[in-house]
Design a protein around this ligand. Structure first.
Ligand SMILES: CC(C)(COP(=O)(O)OP(=O)(O)OC[C@H]1O[C@@H](n2cnc3c(N)ncnc32)[C@H](O)[C@@H]1OP(=O)(O)O)[C@@H](O)C(=O)NCCC(=O)NCCS
Length: 158
């Protein structure tokens, strides 16, 4: 586990960093199932106001050595709890996502807990597998960041 990773509630001060992360083309390509227009600042603000006000959603800012490195969240898809996360590119490859997810799993008690990743998002699949998620299904859907339908893996933590 990477030291220096802390999860805390999201504050308004974190939002500019999250918007910057959302603008990153390489990250969008990886995540694939993104919003239609990552550069839409009003859409970003409306989305974050909505999810921060939703009791069924649990979101944490991921700090690394005091800096806002990304976010992690649990939401519900058709009544099933699912996790998602996004780490800013300047922080990739240091074990931050793995450590953040591992800490978050101590906070979020719902099981089974689901996750999805584009089948070619090897980094995210590895993060999930290191935290105990197992691939148990697949789906296919339109990925805004790719402009086409792609395959998606569905993972589950029991
Ligand atoms: C996916 C993401 C969260 C990974 O974050 P991270 O902090 O770099 O992940 P970690 O450092 O914890 O790495 C976890 C594992 O993935 C591997 N990995 C990281 N980036 C990789 C890459 N580009 N290709 C292959 N493996 C990669 C690491 O080597 C590590 O495996 P290991 O311990 O066996 O060496 C980050 O790249 C990201 O936020 N991407 C954009 C948004 C996204 O895809 N979110 C997930 C949506 S499903």
């Amino acid at each position: 586990m990477t030291t220096g990773v802390v999860l805390r509630d999201v504050t308004d001060v974190d939002l500019p960093a999250f918007f910057e992360h959302q603008l990153d083309a390489a990250a969008n390509q990886m995540a694939a199932f993104t919003c239609e227009d990552p550069a839409d600042e009003e859409g970003f603000a409306a989305h974050w106001a909505k999810i921060r006000g939703d009791d069924t959603i649990c979101i944490r800012a991921v700090l690394f050595e005091g800096l806002v490195a990304g976010h992690i969240a649990k939401f519900e898809r058709l009544g099933e709890p699912e996790v998602t996360y996004w780490i800013g590119r300047q922080h990739w490859g240091r074990g931050i996502a793995t450590t953040a997810l591992s800490q978050f799993l101590g906070e979020v008690e719902a099981r089974p807990l689901y996750a999805r990743a584009a089948k070619d998002n090897v980094a995210s699949l590895r993060v999930l597998e290191k935290c105990g998620f197992v691939v148990f299904g697949e789906d296919r859907g339109f990925a805004n960041a790719r402009g086409e339908e792609i395959d998606e893996a569905i993972l589950r933590l029991i």
